[in-house]
Design a protein around this ligand. Structure first.
Ligand SMILES: [Zn+2]
Length: 242
């Protein structure tokens, strides 16, 4: 795999600090499972974070600190019971999957071929891209929503876009992470193939165009709704969920 587009430094630090949404952390974990270079940088970020913690001056703690913490816990409201065993299981499965993504740490490459599913993603869709249930937005553009949490109205989903199709031009109100799992696209930033990640902030406007002979499948997470720059984009935004 010839990966040319990587995670930026701020994204890696945020991931290492655990301050990222579950949706964004899933995309980062999937890229790390495919990219030795970013995995090494992530370990360095974790080491820097550990050194910063080591250098913190200890804060004095009163003799009654433990009693105060226990009193606070006693004062918390009881968690509401889940309405059914099935939903409890679903909730636990979702949480376990997202925690797996957030705590992902790999010493071995998890991708063995261009069409495999990254390990942190297989709890959601299984080990193949062939059996995903797709929803159609418009002809040639399909999506599959993932249950990871998003912030400020963002999305966590797989997109499948046909050859020659372009997304509507847009910018972002926050960050957008896009990991290529199959096929390729080109936008104002460059050409993205399998394993590449587009790590975009709110300063970039782009219009991805699929330039592969097969459908392009991407894992995408945003932390806020996209900002479409055309009237058509603004009209279809409520229908696309972006
Ligand atoms: Zn990378």
């Amino acid at each position: 795999m010839n990966i040319k587009h990587h995670l930026d430094e701020a994204t890696l630090m945020s991931y290492a600090a655990g301050s990222m949404s579950q949706a964004m952390a899933l995309v980062v974990a999937c890229h790390l499972s495919m990219c030795t270079a970013c995995r090494n940088r992530a370990h360095e970020s974790e080491a820097i974070g550990g050194m910063l913690l080591d250098n913190l001056k200890p804060a004095p703690v009163g003799d009654d600190a433990l009693a105060q913490v226990l009193a606070c816990i006693d004062g918390l409201p009881e968690l509401e019971a889940e309405p059914s065993g099935a939903s409890l299981n679903t909730s636990l499965n979702n949480r376990a999957s997202c925690e797996k993504a957030e705590s992902f740490s790999s010493n071995n490459d998890q991708i063995t071929s261009a069409s495999s599913v990254p390990s942190p993603l297989d709890d959601y869709i299984g080990s193949s891209l062939e059996h995903i249930e797709w929803n159609r937005i418009v002809p040639g553009v399909h999506y599959h929503d993932l249950p990871c949490k998003t912030e400020r109205g963002g999305v966590s989903r797989l997109l499948r876009i046909a050859p020659g199709k372009a997304m509507l031009p847009h910018s972002h109100d926050g960050n957008e992470l896009t990991l290529i799992l199959r096929g390729s696209f080109t936008d104002e930033v460059g050409r993205f193939t399998v394993g590449d990640i587009a790590d975009l902030d709110n300063e970039i406007q782009h219009q991805p165009l699929v330039d592969s002979n097969e459908d392009c499948i991407c894992l995408i997470a945003t932390d806020a709704p996209l900002k479409f720059s055309t009237l058509l984009g603004k009209i279809v935004q409520p229908m696309t969920g972006f």
